[in-house]
Design a protein around this ligand. Structure first.
Ligand code: PHE
Length: 467
């Protein structure tokens, strides 16, 4: 049987290592940086509600689908899909979905590395005590100064890409385990410390209501944004979870593993939100601040508490590690594919791909300074322009890449993977691979994979077109 083979790229020592690696992939800037700022931009509770529904009803079945496709295929996403399609008598063309996903992962990495670079800068400045006693304006000013300086951003972006490439080149399976075992729990502990601080601001309940009060009227506004982010935060739709699934031991139970990863990821995001928003309100910052939200909020908190300098520095180090373990999982699928496909070594493949992502990432760097006024998809009074300099609306280069990946490529990738598992591989194969003891539990799970997840994605797309 196919799934008894071991992947040529290595294998996790146990199911726990898979949980660590998948959690390392899932927990990242998406939880700590992106989730809070998107919640702020889309008005709070309605967005959070939609996000949670998407995680548990759509995202987790997809994660399950990806893991089992990977584990059964035992290769890079493209070759796993190809092999399994042939095994089920379907067209090998299914592998194109994996190709699109892997390209999306590289596009995500291009901007992810830039933002992770911001954390590098913050580690240095926190460590130097630059934020001691800082005011909200001061923190806003520091962030503006950083993002206005393209070469400082390029420096950090380059460094982060090198860090990512370094681990990939040496092989993921060997490199990840040790760092994850210490760093992930520590990140969580520090988030709890931050949460404790936000409880002392006097604005905790305001933050709580902002996150969890649910206004039905707003539900439609951010639907696609919420679904796209649910996929982003779980690392699904791009092949990252699939490639990690390929390194998973045969005898591990997939269902509970995936559930654990999903719950951990959600907990980190909600804790980050609960910790950040009270600080935002207490300091009089704008919830709709956008991508800078975390970077202006945290210095205000750490700058004004005892041991803030040490804790703040540690916090940004952990954010960096969380981002690092995510970015590794973005690069790995394509690296695995090219190692299978070509005669190039892992190191060369990694260097080439990292360079391409780095180069595309320059566009994101410049979106915050030199090309700030360059706007795409501008809608001015009903007239549509593909590109315009200095328009009031429209997306920057970073905005375009983010939109293209989270709202279009990820949902499409997810749709293809879950339809593949639910319809092409079919009930018996999935049952065999999941090996769930409880028949009713399997029936519910399979129903989610076969009907709820694909229809959910289509409905959200359709609703967004109407809205
Ligand atoms: N899930 C990661 C995060 O939340 C981002 C990611 C997306 C990782 C896609 C891998 C693939 O930060």
């Amino acid at each position: 049987m196919l799934s008894d083979k071991v992947s040529i790229h290595g294998a996790w020592a146990s199911r726990w290592v898979f949980i660590l690696a998948a959690t390392g992939s899932a927990v990242g800037l998406g939880n700590i940086w992106k989730f809070p700022y998107m919640t702020g931009m889309y008005g709070g509770g309605a967005f959070v509600m939609m996000y949670l529904v998407c995680i548990f009803l759509i995202g987790l079945p997809i994660m399950l689908a990806e893991t089992l496709i990977g584990r059964r295929g035992r290769q890079s996403p493209i070759n796993s899909l190809k092999t399994l399609a042939v095994e089920s008598g379907a067209a090998p063309r299914w592998s194109w979905a994996a190709l699109m996903g892997m390209l999306a992962a590289l596009l995500i990495l291009s901007f992810y590395s830039v933002v992770a670079g911001w954390s590098l800068d913050y580690i240095v400045n926190m460590g130097r005590g630059q934020f001691a006693g800082v005011s909200a304006e001061g923190a806003g000013g520091a962030f503006a100064t950083l993002t206005a300086d393209p070469w400082r951003l390029v420096l950090w972006h380059t460094l982060f890409m090198l860090l990512t490439g370094f681990v990939i080149a040496r092989g993921v399976v060997a490199g990840l385990e040790r760092s994850l075992r210490i760093m992930m729990p520590l990140l969580f502990v520090l988030l709890l410390v931050l949460l404790g601080y936000s409880m002392t601001t006097g604005y905790f309940m305001q933050g709580f209501h902002f996150l969890f009060d649910f206004q039905p009227g707003k539900l439609l506004d951010g639907m696609l944004a919420a679904m796209g982010h649910a996929f982003f935060t779980l690392s699904v739709g791009v092949g990252s979870i699939m490639v990690y699934g390929a390194y998973m031991p045969r005898n591990a139970s997939i269902g509970s593993t995936v559930l654990a990863v999903g719950i951990l990821d959600t907990l980190v995001a909600l804790t980050a939100g609960l910790a950040l928003f009270p600080i935002v309100f207490a300091a009089g910052l704008d919830v709709g601040e956008g991508p800078g939200l975390m970077f202006v909020t945290l210095p205000v908190a750490f700058g004004n508490v005892a041991f803030g300098q040490v804790m703040g520095t540690l916090f940004f180090i952990l954010v960096l590690v969380a981002a690092w373990t995510s970015s590794i999982s973005m690069l790995e699928p394509m690296v695995a594919y090219l190692v299978e496909r070509t005669r190039l070594s892992r190191a060369w493949v990694t260097a080439g791909l990292a360079f391409i992502c780095w180069f595309v990432g320059l566009g994101t760097v410049f979106s915050f300074n030199l090309w700030k006024q360059a706007k795409f998809f501008v809608n001015e009074g009903g007239v549509f322009h593909l590109y315009q300099w200095d328009a009031a609306s429209g997306l920057t280069f970073f905005g375009v890449i983010d939109f293209l990946t989270s709202r279009i490529m990820l949902p499409l990738g997810c749709l293809a993977f879950v339809v593949f598992a639910g319809w092409v591989m079919g009930r018996e194969t999935v049952r065999d691979e999941l090996a769930m003891g409880n028949a009713r539990l399997f029936a519910v799970t399979f129903f989610l994979m076969r009907y709820v997840a694909p229809l959910g994605i289509l409905i959200v797309f359709a609703a967004q077109l109407w809205a």
